[in-house]
Write a protein that binds this ligand. Structure first.
Ligand SMILES: *[C@@H]1O[C@H](CO)[C@@H](O)[C@H](O)[C@H]1NC(C)=O
Length: 619
């Protein structure tokens, strides 16, 4: 495999980091998706997709400078819910944030954790409550601050005085009350406090601004308003100021961990410059070598003596350290515990639609892939455990049976055997070198037939599910050394949060969902058809990309070719020379086309697809 660089970090570090409200080892793409998933109403951002590049593919609302994400411009989108500040903090070049004209509610989010922010626009939302007095003392680069048209209350935070670079300050149209603090706003040129409940004299330091900046605050007085404060109608009095919360503990923790993270981050950033929009490298290794050891000791001492027989009876494992233990669901490859995983050096494999994947080599010599799944909270622990144990019982030549899982409320780990050859996607498109040449026609036919057998098995095992597989695509088909396909990441529909399913699973990219908002076992047939066409044409299907930029629309291309009688032209030239087998190829091309029929009613069902594929003679 074309492993370029390696990134070795003890798995413990990865796990430890994930005890933070969310993990800090996110790529910026992942971070953006994480931000999106914190919104409750993010249909407008449905085009954001991990397999494309925010800058190159111009994700809606993401602005870049020289390939670096510098600005989020999420205006007029009807967004509501929360704003995941931690995830925003993962986008290191971010300087401007605009959420103008959305429907966010509640107190001001902790944007002040984003210390490098230069512009913050929250105009026209429904934010409310008071802003902590020292909120702005951590935002010293801020140049533009627009909070107008919300329901902020309490006093105007004094820490605004510390913003030496501030040029624009707009607080109009809120419920700010009390006296105006003696703000020093020397560089501010655009300033508006109108339409609030402010009282008392306008400080001398603000008297250079005009009356309109203070209008509609009935009880303000002073020079700009031509209202004499010594002769007021009412006595101005401060109303209670907002309480101040200092999240010092969190800040210190972030600073301490930050040093370690810096190393990971720089590696992660480099990785992002790989072309994710063309190739989702879910099952391969790249990365930079980094050793981080300091965290290892604690784990070993706290978790020493993991006995060799675990899982089975031990729900939740030993919870001494507060982390719980992994649960073995399949001990065919031996048993191991969290301490074994923690001691193993981990390589970052990449990020898929469901989370990140790491490779870990256990001291027993077994290599495993650990997938960190966020957005898998559909089932509570018991239900999740039952599904995992069912996974562990699956035995089929074309199924990769998971080995173990680890449950935590906010994320799950799924451990499976590492398959060195990697995914079909990788072998087909990742490296147009020697591996690709091995994909002769008999090998490709073997892969298609193996996939179909695996699918048939899943459609029997999960016969009552809408999506027995749900995520069939070439990156989820691993290849054994002799090119036997192994299906992976299946039957997740019962596990994934419904709000994330459409983004995380390929079956939701089928016309069934896009046109009819429905998925069914026939959606798996569509995914099968895409793989068949991918294998026959050798093209990277644009269907794997959310923005339809790049790749080949294999469905359209093949159907045109069939209608014009030019089928042989779409067959991958690398196999088309094998003229003895051309009939098999054309037969499969027809099946692939019938599987990708956009109307589910006219599409083959799984049973017919399987029968027709099994009928293709193996020469
Ligand atoms: C605010 O956003 C909504 C869509 O959420 C849009 O219809 C409306 O025109 C926007 N208002 C302004 C003033 O831009």
């Amino acid at each position: 495999m074309a492993a370029v660089r390696y990134f070795l970090i003890p798995l413990l570090l990865l796990l430890t980091l994930s005890t933070l409200p969310f993990a800090m080892s996110l790529s910026e793409n992942e971070a953006l998706l994480k931000v999106r998933s914190s919104f409750t109403n993010a249909e407008a951002l449905s085009s954001w997709d991990l397999k494309s590049s925010p800058c190159k593919d111009r994700w809606v609302g993401v602005l870049c400078t020289d390939g670096i994400i510098t600005s989020l411009h999420l205006t007029d989108l009807g967004l509501s819910g929360n704003i995941d500040i931690e995830a925003l903090g993962e986008i290191h070049g971010l300087r401007t944030i605009s959420f103008v004209n959305n429907s966010f509610t509640g107190p001001i989010p902790e944007f002040n954790k984003l210390h490098a922010l230069k512009a913050l626009y929250l105009t026209k939302n429904k934010f409310s409550g008071s802003i902590p007095k020292d909120y702005f003392s951590q935002l010293l680069s801020l140049k533009k601050l627009w909070l107008s048209g919300n329901k902020f209350s309490g006093t105007i935070p004094e820490s605004l005085s510390q913003l030496e670079h501030l040029l624009e300050l707009h607080l109009e149209g809120n419920d700010f009350s009390g006296p105006i603090p003696p703000l020093k706003l020397e560089s501010v040129t655009s300033f508006d406090l109108s339409n609030n409940q402010l009282v008392g004299p306008i400080p001398e330091s603000l008297s250079k601004f005009s009356a309109t900046s203070f209008a509609d605050n009935d009880r303000l007085c002073g020079k700009p308003l031509n209202k004499d404060c010594n002769n007021p109608d009412e006595t101005p009095k401060a109303s209670g100021s907002g309480s101040v919360t200092v999240l010092l503990g969190i800040v210190i923790f972030i600073v301490v961990v930050g040093g370690l993270l810096a190393m990971c981050r720089s590696a992660t950033n480099r990785k992002e410059h790989h072309d994710f929009s063309v190739l989702n490298k879910e099952n391969e290794d790249d990365m930079v070598e980094v050793h981080v050891q300091s965290v290892n000791r604690r784990a070993e001492s706290s978790k020493k003596g993991g006995d060799s027989k675990r899982g089975g009876s031990k729900r939740g494992g030993s919870v001494k350290s507060g982390m719980g233990d992994i649960i073995m669901v399949n001990d065919e490859k031996g048993t191991f515990g969290l301490p074994d995983l923690m001691k193993a050096a981990a390589e970052v494999l990449g990020n898929g639609g469901l989370g990140s994947a790491y490779k870990a080599v256990l001291s027993s010599g077994l290599s495993v892939v650990v997938k960190r799944m966020r957005e898998m909270n559909k089932l509570a622990r018991d239900g999740f455990d039952a599904e995992m144990r069912k996974f562990g019982t699956l035995r089929h030549n074309n199924i990769l049976t998971p080995l173990a899982y680890y449950y935590r409320k906010e994320e799950k780990l799924l451990v499976s055997e590492y398959i060195p050859k990697g995914s079909l996607l990788y072998v087909m498109h990742g490296d147009r070198g020697t591996t690709h040449a091995e994909l002769t026609w008999p090998t490709r036919l073997k892969i298609i037939q193996g996939i179909v057998r695996g699918l048939e098995f899943l459609h029997n095992e999960y016969a009552s599910c809408d999506l027995p597989h749900g995520n069939l695509k070439s990156s989820n088909v691993l290849l054994s050394d002799d090119y036997e396909p192994l299906l992976n990441d299946f039957a997740f529909d019962t596990l994934i949060n419904p709000s994330n399913a459409a983004q995380a699973m390929f079956a939701y990219k089928s016309p069934d969902y896009i046109q009819y908002q429905q998925v069914s076992p026939k959606s798996d047939v569509y995914c099968l058809g895409i793989i068949i066409l991918e294998i026959l044409t050798g093209k990277f299907p644009s269907q794997y990309l959310s923005n339809n930029k790049g790749g080949t629309d294999v469905v359209h291309w093949v159907s045109i070719a069939i209608s014009e009688g030019r089928e042989t032209e779409v067959i991958d030239p690398e196999i088309a020379s094998n003229t003895d087998s051309l009939n098999q190829m054309l037969q499969l091309l027809q099946i692939g086309a019938a599987c990708t029929e956009s109307n589910p009613d006219q599409r083959l069902n799984m049973r017919e697809a399987i029968r027709r594929i099994e009928e293709v003679p193996v020469s």
